[in-house]
Design a protein around this ligand. Sequence first.
Ligand SMILES: Nc1ncnc2c1ncn2[C@@H]1O[C@H](COP(=O)(O)OP(=O)(O)OP(=O)(O)O)[C@@H](O)[C@H]1O
Ligand SMILES: [Mg+2]
Length: 621
Amino acid sequence: MEEDTRELSSQKNVNKAKQVAYVLSSVGKLIYNTKPKYFVVVFLVNVLSGLLVLPSLYIQKQIIDSLVMYVGLDSFVMSDALWNLSILIVFSIGLIFVTHMINQVSSFFETLLVREFDTKLDILMAKKLASLDIETIESPRFKNRYTKITNESASRVYRLISPLSSIPGEVVALGSSIAILATLTPIAAIGVILSSIPRLTVASRFVKRRYEMVGQLAPIRRVQGWLNWYLLRNRNMMELKLLGLPEYLAHRYSQNASVILKTHQKFDFDQERATSISFLPLSLFDAAFTIYLAWQTLGKAISIGSFQLYYQAMRRVQSEFYNVSRSLISIYESYIYVADLMWLLALKPKISEVSGLSFETVGKIRIEFKNVWFKYKKTGKYILKGVSLVFETGRPVAIVGVNGAGKSTLLKLLARFYDPIKGEILVNGTPLNQINPESWRRQLAILFQDFEGYPFSAKETIAFGDLSRLSEIDDVKAAAKATDIASFVEKLPKKWENPLDPEFAKGVRPSAGQWQRLGISRMLFRSNAQVVVMDEPTSNVDPEAEEQIFAKLAELSGSKILVFVTQRFSTVRRAKQIVLIEGGKVLESGTHSALMKKKSRYHHLFDLQAKSYNFDHEKSS
Ligand SMILES: Nc1ncnc2c1ncn2[C@@H]1O[C@H](COP(=O)(O)OP(=O)(O)OP(=O)(O)O)[C@@H](O)[C@H]1O
Ligand SMILES: [Mg+2]
């Protein structure tokens, strides 16, 4: 990730314009490819709308000139005059009508395009995120930029589509209006543009200032985001109520809000003041030009209709010049934000999901950690300090160790979400980093300590274990029976289709232990996987169910690799091999009886738990 960022920032220094062009053309292509037809329609329709400016101004001139000519005519030619005028008026109104229609069509297709693009972008971003290294996703620098993208870029993209599609029409309209003015005097055309420049300068200056302001307010806004989440999104209200936090958090929220409001107020005030002043040259030119037109008209150099034509043309040049520039500015403004989005879409993972040797099982699997060293952050402390151990088909392993010892970290390396810094992990003798991660992960059924509870339906929450067998309801039921969660599901109003969140109709919230059973069932359903790993799977499960679950796991262990992490020494005893991790190393390893004989650390930890059980037992008896 760092390399990509560096690449982008050096590009920035070398050639800013090139980078702007690159980002705009990339996003332009993305938008175009979303729905080329819509894009073309919007583009053409806008050009057409620009083209209609010329005839409509001209007809208005004709109407006024005809009026002047026909005023006071004899009554017998009146009907002819009225007829001629009516035709012009119908034309003029017709043009207005057509322009309205065209604008409707344009905005209709623009809305469709924006909607399609929005969905496409969500999917693109989701896929990209899933392809990136966990290390990247966890880094604060990535988080910062990603938050900005999700908050800002999406809406900026709409703002990009709109000016991109309106520019062609605005340019045509501007060109036609300049052409009209130039027939009177080129000086007029130049004058309008020159007098419009202050207004533009002000507009563009405030775009930059707004970006700076957004950046400056970003940290405080992130805090606001969290506060808002706790206060307004109904997140774990029970604890908030218990601690009386809402009042306190609301106070913090309103303090932050007042800082944000004040900053915005000052910005808006400055902007309004500068904008009002910037209108002055324009108004002065306006007055001078209109007086000039009046003088020309009085001197009969131009007709009254032409007075109207030139006056309208001048107005039009003013507004279209402003529109074109405003569109360009807003494209640039969007660019600043969209660049972040393009940066995300261009990121490449270090651990590629698709490269490497495809892993196929041929009977037994042997995973060997050889002197593995690992730390999460380059600057951080080592979490694993030379771990060596072996997992083999048919030999269940229990991993024990105090909180923070590195047990879960070990499993994340096994799943290749991270690579070791030193040492290596071998699978049947092949280094894991030469194996295609996707094919490797197909062999893994890992229930992580912070596993997911999918709320959609009870059936899906289990069947997600193997997407290729989503509809195998009998297998889902069998997996649910193994953890004794089937009876709970069968009693739900919608049974296997029941949502697992009260947010949905008839939805329920499973208890912590019920969730764990659903999670274990999900991994049991993943029956094609040859490596079954459970990180504290039964910490919330009652002892009776735990017995049953471990009996089920034991059935599997003959043909698979089975690894479980647990704090309960009563279950640890079952494993053929126990590995005690401490201080990032394998401190002790062996069978329960061998480790007990050693009378060392394992013995001590086991004794502690056994004593507390005995103590409770004695007390109650
Ligand atoms: N993503 C991460 N980034 C930085 N540090 C991490 C990350 N995950 C874990 N750690 C750190 O690594 C150390 C080991 O964590 P790990 O989760 O492997 O411990 P554990 O043995 O599974 O503990 P527990 O028994 O509490 O589950 C801890 O000090 C933890 O703070
Ligand atoms: Mg853990």
